[in-house]
Design a protein around this ligand. Structure first.
Ligand code: ADP
Ligand code: MG
Length: 700
């Protein structure tokens, strides 16, 4: 039987249901159905006594008989109750759909032995079982039913009469049609043995119909490992190939510019972590290899400065450098920072974004870049456009916040015969296992130390009703000469209401602090107006800045010591952490105040708690990944993962990611030419996977 047979040929499916399966779940072939794994199993081999039941049990089964029926309540609350006993105790079975009462009474007879299956519920302090499944006790062989699979279905499927039970029937039929023992294993036998992995066919069957929970666990393990393993094998194969074929510019000297900056102009001592990271990069860039490095570090840990100094090394060796930021505002901010740091040095820094308009402005920059007189070019991805030509581009720094994919990075080094070194900086720390997958082709450097003298920011949670005590706290800080940010969320979907919120908040602050000066900045203002207001705050003329998240990537005001985040429940963890990073840049104690409404979901409560407990961006990133799953990480493109994950989860299966990576490395060590016979099926499978996805091998 061919697993690529269209699903419509599976008995019981037919053209109409096939259409629904395709539309809702993307299932078109037998194979797709095979890989549509249940999200859970319920043990149907175990019977409970009524006295054992508790309300928090997900599902239970009881054997017994119905003593009598009774109807209760009126109108929509009308219900049918069956008093059911296991011989020792009593429990009520309950139905609410009035039209079915007659049929139920006729089908389930008083005094007959039944097995009742359902989810216990509490009503008036007593446990009952609403809408149970009921089977005659002599028709069920519980010992053989074992773990019953449950499949996710959509609302539309349910309307078309397809529920979990239907999918179960389909997969049941499928396994009578295909012989999983004949499935060709593609993982090498030695690997299966070493890692105690169950064979492919068995794992697929056990994922749907395991005989024991141990069999299910082993099957899950095998499939998860396999998914992560092929992703790692792909990345590492590509990376090794690139390292062999691609040479890098050799930056052999650390010259005048670097040394002058370091000794004469750097206003502070580098942290140990900054020094270590610069050393790591110098080593890469001097080696003849092309550097591809990911620089991670918390907000304010000094990544930008490290990037600048690395660029000076490129300049010292006669090369140009380029910095790409994800937004124009960020590019501009980098430009200002760089100009300031380098103002007394013979280095020409230029900015090229969409906002730099007109031939008169752009032409000299483009010409200078082509001639090599522009040493550092800062911009958005506009610098990737073909009109931008460098004379000798030696280093590209990408300040990316997850926005540039592998393919975009690859475009950089198509322009030159010898590609530039590449440094990717992430503003939001990424958990290690996610980095290994999204940026698995990069080496990683970490700045795990903040510049000295920074006091950890104190984070507190306030209910919005308690504005008086919040205002008291703000006043205390302002009287010490400090400044305060008050931030409101703003998203497109609710823009009008969000702006109204901000306006109301602004007016309330004006009333509460009639003696103070308050700035207001939001996206609807003209950018010239915005600049004026921002400037006032930067110069300390206004004490409070009320703003939407535009300031997330905006100003740097060391004198601001309080960050008040209104409607904090509407921000993600990563965003909250970014915003908090705006204060705490000076030496004084800083505060972050998270203001929320009183009623919060469990998850939001946890988010707020984590924020109050830790300042560590890596810890926050881990938590964020757990809450949201890697697919919804802010700004993260799931396209960064080469192949679909059916069952593995980058958040929960971190240890497996590491094992998969180590194993892939070992295989590549043993079989660098990819021609060992015992691995042939594995390489063929990798090629098959790549056919359906990006062909990474073409990228370099
Ligand atoms: P990041 O890019 O990681 O957010 P930045 O490079 O912007 O961090 O640094 C944050 C602030 O700390 C900047 O004002 C920068 O000048 C300053 N800074 C960077 N490194 C040090 C250091 N070693 N000692 C003191 N201040 C530093
Ligand atoms: Mg920065």
């Amino acid at each position: 039987m061919d697993v690529l047979t269209p699903i419509t040929y599976l008995p019981g499916v037919g053209p109409q249901r096939a259409q629904v399966l395709e539309k809702e779940l993307g299932i078109t072939t037998f194979k797709d159905l095979l890989y549509y794994f249940p999200y859970k199993h319920i043990d149907r081999s175990r019977l409970y006594y009524i006295h054992e039941l508790t309300a928090d049990m997900p599902f239970v089964q009881v054997r017994g008989e119905i003593l009598s029926y009774e109807e209760e309540g009126t109108g929509r609350k009308r219900r049918l109750i069956a008093h059911f006993t296991d011989g020792l105790d009593l429990i009520d079975l309950v139905w609410f759909q009035k039209g079915t009462f007659k049929w139920i009474k006729k089908s389930y007879l008083i005094g007959k032995s039944y097995i009742v299956f359902g989810r216990p519920n509490v009503f008036n302090g007593r446990i009952n079982i609403p809408h149970p499944d009921i089977d005659a006790a002599d028709t069920l062989q519980l010992g053989k039913m074992g773990l019953q699979p449950y499949y996710n279905t959509t609302e539309r499927m349910k309307k078309a009469g397809l529920n979990s039970r239907s999918i179960e029937r389909f997969t049941g039929t499928l396994f009578t049609r295909i012989n999983t023992a004949e499935f060709r294993e593609y993982l090498p036998p030695t690997l299966l043995q070493r890692l105690c992995l169950v064979p492919l066919g068995q794992s697929l069957r056990d994922l749907h119909y395991p005989e024991t929970s141990d069999a299910l666990r082993r099957a899950t393990y095998r499939q998860k490992f396999e998914e992560l393993f092929f992703i790692q094998l792909n990345i590492l194969r590509y990376t090794r190939q690139r390292q062999q074929q691609v040479h890098g510019h050799i930056f052999s000297v650390v010259g005048t510019l670097f040394n002058t900056f370091y000794h004469d102009y750097l206003p502070f001592e580098l942290t140990g972590a900054q020094k270590r990271v610069i050393r790591e990069m110098r080593k890469d860039m001097g080696s003849g290899k092309q550097m591809n490095r990911l620089l991670q570090g918390d907000v304010g840990s000094g990544k930008t400065l490290v990037a600048l100094m690395t660029m000076l090394i490129a300049l010292d060796n006669g090369y140009q450098a380029c910095l790409m930021a994800p937004t124009e505002i960020l590019a501009e901010q980098h430009y200002v920072t760089f100009r300031e740091f380098l103002k007394d040095m013979p280095v020409r820094v230029e900015l090229l974004t969409g906002a730099v308009k007109g031939k008169k402005k752009r032409t000299p920059i483009l010409e200078g870049t082509r001639a090599g007189t522009v040493h550092i070019l800062i911009g958005t991805h506009a610098v990737l456009e073909d009109t931008v030509e460098f004379s000798r581009l030696g280093l590209v720094v990408i300040d990316e916040q997850h926005r540039f994919g592998v393919a975009q990075r690859a475009r950089l080094w198509k322009k030159n015969t010898i590609p530039p070194h590449v440094l990717v900086m992430t503003a939001t720390p990424i958990p290690r296992t996610l980095a290994m997958t999204l940026y698995g082709d990069l080496d990683v450097s970490i700045i795990d130390e903040l510049p000295p003298g920074r006091k950890p920011i104190e984070t507190r949670h306030f209910w919005e009703e308690r504005s008086e005590s919040l205002y008291r706290g703000m006043r205390t800080e302002i009287q010490k000469g400090r400044q305060v940010y008050v931030v409101y969320p703003l998203i497109k979907e609710s823009e009008k209401m969000d702006l109204q919120d901000l306006q109301n908040g602004y007016e309330e602050l004006c009333r509460a602090f009639p003696d103070l000066r308050i700035s207001k900045v939001h996206g609807q203002m003209k950018s010239s107006e915005k600049d004026v207001e921002m400037e006032k705050f930067v110069r300390g003329e206004t004490q409070i800045l009320v703003a939407t998240t535009v300031i997330e990537v905006g100003v740097n005001v060391p004198n601001a010591s309080v960050m008040v985040i209104q409607n904090a429940e509407r921000f993600g963890l990563a965003q909250l952490h970014q915003l908090r990073g705006r204060v705490g840049r000076g030496a004084e104690q800083s505060y972050c105040i998270l203001v929320t409404k009183y009623q919060l979901s469990q998850e939001t409560k946890q988010r707020i708690e984590i924020m109050c407990e830790t300042n560590d961006g890596f810890e926050i990133a881990e938590a964020d990944l757990k809450f949201r799953g890697p697919g919804d990480l802010e700004g993260t493109q799931q396209s960064g993962v080469a192949f679909d994950l059916h069952i593995a989860n980058l958040a929960r299966d971190g240890q497996l990611v590491q094992l998969a990576r180590d194993t892939a490395n070992e295989i590549l060590d043993e079989d660098p030419q990819q021609n060992l016979p015992e691995n042939a099926a594995m390489w063929a499978h990798l090629r098959d996977l790549n056919k359906n996805d990006i062909d990474w091998s073409n990228i370099s």
